[in-house]
Design a protein around this ligand. Structure first.
Ligand code: 3H9
Length: 719
């Protein structure tokens, strides 16, 4: 786990060996302790180099060990032993030095990095803080403001930035280990006192209190209830104000609190869930590791509205050639201008040249004849999309993958209109498509595993959290959103206000409550869908509208607002009012409140007091309940798929792990009991009827979330 060699006669070379990222498992820590001791006790060794195998220094502490009984030598004394060594120890950093990996390097006397290396203390994103001395050494090395920035955001810095900040001593474009060995030879015998970071005071900083106050305020605002960023600030404050030993004690205390918090468990679950969804599987048995993606060199986008423009940018930014098709000349010109602007702004942010030449614009669908993959993003109309798919089938070369960006239509139906349904999948992007992380890759019963593999690989290339899901109304994300929104409407009928519902959800950690979000995306979007479903009754504003439709409770509140022309931010009126159309600052709308009062009076509804707990339970448990239906139907392969969708696409607070993880934390029996309670009170609301899978999981002893897959398989085999 740590290999020892003597090189250049007098340099002890320690190589960490723990693929894939040389995480500091118990065995690696033991290996480092043993090899460092060996190097220090060998009189022929004048200096030491520590590196990692396979081009990566170290990805930090072994996250898989967290939560189990930790064995092996602890990190802190191990790093202290290196720092207090009487021979220079040089870290040779290739690939990544992250978390405990960078803390190990900070314990070394010198750091040499390859120009492509990335360094950082990302513990905050796992609900932790750099607790192997990182929160105390980094501010001493680079100053308090820079250390606060790195530690509270967890961002990775390039080798060039690390050099500028003073984290590394040298950057090389060549063989890093060779450069480190050469460097180690050159510093052998020099005094090491100035190189022991823990012995330095933090660089002086004027107005320390004001700085910490400002940063704390900023962090509290952006943390949305996450506790780790706040603990990170407290730990750096300890570095700035206390002697090293006391600062370390503070670091330990803060870490102990974080370590046992549900938030750390949730964030670490997210880390592994994001990787697990890449190992997709379909109900047919097809899987990620047995399905080879097709190469995609050239792609096309059909329809250059908001979604099509974003998708074109996302594709072009991966370096693909893109044919962007829009039949209307005026719209094509507008789209060209908008896409070029987005590419230029994106390139400026990333410090690269914009891929303007990568996009070819055309009014003619014939232009896509030789592409490998097409993404259709025309208006959500099944007849129009069917026509486009038929044209594409006639125009494209054999084997071209046909993808639809529909968010609401039936992918199977579209596939059935083409001669090769196996080549059809959904690629459901979220607006703005070049920014939002989530991509649902929707397969139908006839989609080939190769088509799914290709779309998943393309999603990864675009930097998306790509999740393969089965085809159903709303797929996973929007299907679960429906009961969540409906419960929010019902709460308004019963006496809640948009402000109360939004506040409860925002305190839970959503960036926006359901009504503010609805104002942002436009009330007319849902209105159109409900009209399509035959739920909207014309002229409801003039008379008493029915609250039971198609055999279930229905709230026409959203329809009534739309009839008034209140579409949200774009019209300046929605669930809130805005200074003018397009404004973003939501204000209390007295009209809306009297409208709600009149509506309740008309329907004989007596407003009652509703608290935050009821808002959360009804909105979130209804959403979670739908998640259990989705798992039972096999639309999502596992709870991780649902959770990644919600965290990366729907604003579910990451430190709460995702809806299914949250249900697991709350306890399945409790979720079931509350759903039963609300179902008794509202028998006309089917989505409060607990899913049979939830009942069966509770009956089988509420297994922990990592055992749900196994439990579901067993429960299905018993049916
Ligand atoms: C810490 O250090 C705490 C200390 O301050 C104090 C303690 C007292 N452990 O991401 P990839 C696995 S906390 C265990 O796909 P890439 C990962 O699950 C740690 N496993 O590769 C995956 O497994 P699988 C702070 C880990 O090349 C495989 O490695 N460190 C760890 O795209 C490949 O991962 C971090 O937060 C780990 N530390 O990216 C860094 N890291 O194949 C976390 C990875 O079974 N890691 N795995 O799915 C990363 O950010 C990226 O993995 C890295 C490589 C950039 C290193």
């Amino acid at each position: 786990m740590a290999e020892y060699n003597r090189v250049s006669e007098c340099v002890g070379l320690i190589t960490l060996r723990n693929p894939p990222v040389n995480a500091l498992s118990a065995a690696v820590r033991q290996g480092i302790v043993d090899t460092v001791q060996r190097a220090l006790s060998d009189p022929n060794v004048k200096s030491v180099v520590i590196c990692g195998q396979n081009g990566i220094f170290c990805g930090g502490a072994d996250i898989k060990e967290f939560g189990s009984n930790m064995t092996g030598p602890p990190l802190i004394p191990m790093i202290h032993a290196i720092e207090s060594a009487n021979k220079p120890v040089v870290a040779a950093i290739e690939g990544s030095a992250l978390g405990g990996g960078l803390e190990l390097a900070l314990g070394c006397h010198y750091r040499i990095a390859h120009s492509k290396a990335r360094l950082g203390l990302p513990e905050v994103s796992l609900g932790l803080l750099p607790a192997a001395g990182g929160s105390q050494r980094l501010p001493r090395l680079i100053g308090v403001p820079a250390a606060l920035n790195l530690i509270t955001t967890g961002r990775h810095v390039t080798a060039a930035e690390a050099l500028q900040l003073g984290i590394v001593d040298q950057v090389t474009d060549h063989n890093t280990v060779a450069a480190a060995v050469k460097f180690a030879l050159s510093v052998a015998g020099r005094s090491l006192d100035p190189r022991r970071i823990s012995t330095h005071p933090c660089p002086q900083q004027p107005d320390l209190d004001a700085l910490f106050e400002e940063v704390m305020q900023k962090v509290r605002q952006s943390a949305r209830g996450a506790i780790a960023p706040i603990a990170c600030v407290q730990a750096v404050r300890a570095a700035a104000t206390l002697p090293y030993a006391q600062g370390m004690e503070r670091e330990r205390e803060l870490m102990a609190t974080l370590f046992t918090s549900g938030q750390a468990r949730a964030l670490q679950y997210c880390f592994f869930a994001e990787r697990a969804v890449g190992r997709w599987r379909m109900p047919s048995g097809a899987r990620w590791d047995t399905s080879k993606p097709r190469p995609v060199h050239k792609a096309a986008v059909i329809g250059l509205g908001t979604m099509g423009r974003g998708i074109t940018v996302a594709l072009a930014q991966t370096g693909l050639s893109v044919i962007a098709v829009e039949t209307q000349e005026k719209q094509l010109m507008e789209a060209k201008q908008a896409i070029s602007g987005m590419l230029e702004r994106g390139a400026k942010r990333r410090g690269v040249a914009p891929a303007l030449d990568g996009v070819i614009y055309s009014q003619n669908i014939q232009a896509v004849a030789d592409v490998d993959l097409v993404i259709e993003a025309v208006f959500e109309d099944i007849a129009l999309k069917t026509k486009v798919f038929q044209q594409l089938s006639a125009v494209c070369k054999p084997g071209t993958l046909l993808c639809t960006n529909t968010s609401a239509l039936d992918v199977d139906q579209l596939a059935s209109e083409t001669p090769n349904p196996e080549l059809v999948v959904g690629m459901h992007f979220f607006a703005p498509a070049h920014v939002m992380k989530l991509l649902e890759v929707v397969y139908g019963p006839r989609s080939s595993p190769q088509a799914v593999a290709t779309a998943m690989q393309l999603g990864k290339k675009m930097g998306k959290a790509s999740v393969a899901v089965g085809n159903c109304r709303g797929f996973v994300g929007n299907r679960m959103l429906k009961p969540y929104i409906e419960e929010a409407f019902f709460l308004l009928e019963e006496g809640a206000t948009p402000e109360l519902v939004d506040q409860a959800l925002e305190e839970f950690g959503f960036p926006m409550g359901v009504f503010r979000m609805s104002d942002l995306s436009g009330l007319d979007v849902g209105w159109r869908v409900r009209k399509g479903d035959g739920l909207v009754e014309p002229g409801t504003a003039s008379g008493r509208s029915a609250r039971i439709r198609q055999g279930r409770r229905y709230s026409p509140l959203g329809d009534l607002l739309c009839e008034e022309g209140h579409f949200g931010q774009k019209t300046g009126r929605g669930w809130y009012q805005y200074d003018k159309p397009g404004s973003r600052v939501a204000r209390f709308d007295p009209w809306l409140h009297s409208f709600l009062g009149a509506y309740r009076a008309q329907h004989g509804l007596v407003a009652r007091r509703i608290d935050h707990q009821e808002v959360l339970e009804r909105c979130l448990y209804a959403l979670i309940n739908e998640g259990f239906h989705i798992l039972d139907d096999g639309i999502a392969a596992g709870p991780e798929d649902i959770d990644v969708i919600y965290v990366s696409g729907y604003g579910w607070p990451r430190h709460r792990g995702g809806p299914m993880f949250y249900a697991n934390m709350v306890g399945l029996a409790k979720v079931l009991e509350r759903l039963e309670h609300y179902q008794q009170l509202h028998p006309e609301v089917p989505h409060l009827q607990p899913s049979s899978l939830l009942r069966r999981l509770v009956a089988s002893g509420s297994p922990p979330i990592h055992k749900w897959g196994e439990a579901i398989k067993k429960l299905h085999s018993q049916l």
